[in-house]
Design a protein. Structure first.
Length: 365
């Protein structure tokens, strides 16, 4: 029983610490996950609370795990673990049945689990936590109560500062596909011998008021008596999906300039703002100034945004604005605005608005 108690303590404590830390490394990613859940359950009025809840959750997970693993206020820590499990185990069961969001986000972007895998993990952790709680009576207190609370409070403060640091200056570990050193085009292709998703395409044609479905093999391509109505595609078999599969840059004139950007042999700077009106005006102005400076120095500069044409009217300033899917922009960089330096389609550097170098840094390019 003593060995089981030790195993329970190590597994529960380490898992909760790991879960809290990976979320704190990317608090904005956790906020996006809260946003997805709020959308799925039609409670999007809670979206403004997403970031605060993300930091609160990862802090609670880390604190509970830290307490259990170190033995500081251990009873409080294991009760905290059980409270979190009581809340999230039934929730993950509901998510497993309904699957409104495919990835639970319990380990951020470090490890992706399905909802059923998350539910199973929570069942195991709940069992181990109960085993540890039942056999906790022999555990000795390490320090007096006040000292233990001081240590835990200090750990909480440092952990929150760590979260805010990652929020301001980009995650210290980048778990996303667009990390420094990645050549984007290489992450967009299927490896040799690997098959991608298989789709079945159906064509609907109409003749004499009657609609009929056709496949690729028998649709009336040369029969003008049939009028094309629509095309439908359905997923038949899930295959391998490249890490980067939705990277498309469209100019304001509607031209796809993705290959132009990725094949450019010189340096290019991508200024990324998922929604321009949501970004700080001072930060945007600094980015626009950098854009003009880069162009003077012969460095390509693109502003990637998902803002609509109505919003763009307020920002048109001679620089090249491009349209990119909002989810893609969120995956590219956790900042608004953020910046990526490319050379020959390879990511050389990434910056948030807070640590963007001064213009003279770009002279060496």
């Amino acid at each position: 029983m003593r060995i089981l108690k030790i195993i329970s303590r190590l597994v529960v404590g380490s898992t909760f610490i790991f879960s809290g830390v990976v979320k704190a490394i990317d608090p904005l990613g956790s906020a996006y996950k809260f946003h997805d859940y709020f959308q799925a359950f039609n409670i999007s009025f809670l979206n403004p609370l997403s970031l605060a809840l993300a930091i609160l959750l990862c802090t609670a997970e880390f604190t509970a795990g830290f307490s259990v693993l170190t033995g500081l206020r251990q009873k409080t820590g294991i009760l905290g673990v059980l409270i979190l499990l009581v809340i999230f185990t039934p929730l993950t069961f509901i998510l497993s049945l309904t699957n409104p969001v495919s990835d639970c986000g319990c380990f951020g972007d470090a490890i992706h689990l399905t909802n059923w895998q998350t539910f199973g993990k929570n069942i195991i952790l709940s069992t181990l936590a109960i085993v540890f709680l039942v056999n906790k009576s022999n555990t000795k207190q390490l320090f007096d109560t006040s000292k233990e609370w001081i240590i835990i409070s200090a750990a909480i403060v440092l952990f929150i500062f760590f979260s805010l640091y990652n929020l301001r200056y980009l995650p210290v570990i980048d778990f996303l596909p667009y990390k420094t050193g990645v050549k984007i085009a290489e992450k967009m292709v299927l490896p040799e011998g690997v098959t991608g998703d298989e789709y079945q395409t159906t064509f609907i044609y109409e003749k004499n008021g009657i609609k009929k479905e056709f496949s690729l093999n028998n649709y009336p391509a040369n029969d003008t008596t049939w009028k094309f109505v629509e095309q439908k595609s359905s997923l038949v078999k899930k295959g391998y999906q490249p890490p980067i599969h939705d990277f498309i840059i469209t100019s304001m004139t509607g031209e796809d300039i993705t290959q132009k950007v990725l094949s450019h042999s010189g340096y290019s700077v991508l200024m990324i703002s998922k929604k321009l009106p949501e970004a700080n005006k001072k930060s945007l102005t600094r980015g626009f100034d950098l854009g003009r400076y880069c162009i003077e120095k012969g460095i390509d500069f693109y502003i990637l945004t998902s803002s609509g044409s109505w919003d763009l009217k307020n920002y048109i300033n001679g620089l090249e604005f491009c349209s990119v899917d909002e989810t893609t922009l969120k995956s590219m960089i956790r900042a608004n605005p953020g910046y990526i330096l490319l050379r020959d389609g390879k990511i050389i550097e990434k910056w948030s608005w807070a640590n963007l170098p001064h213009t003279d840094w770009f002279d060496k390019l």
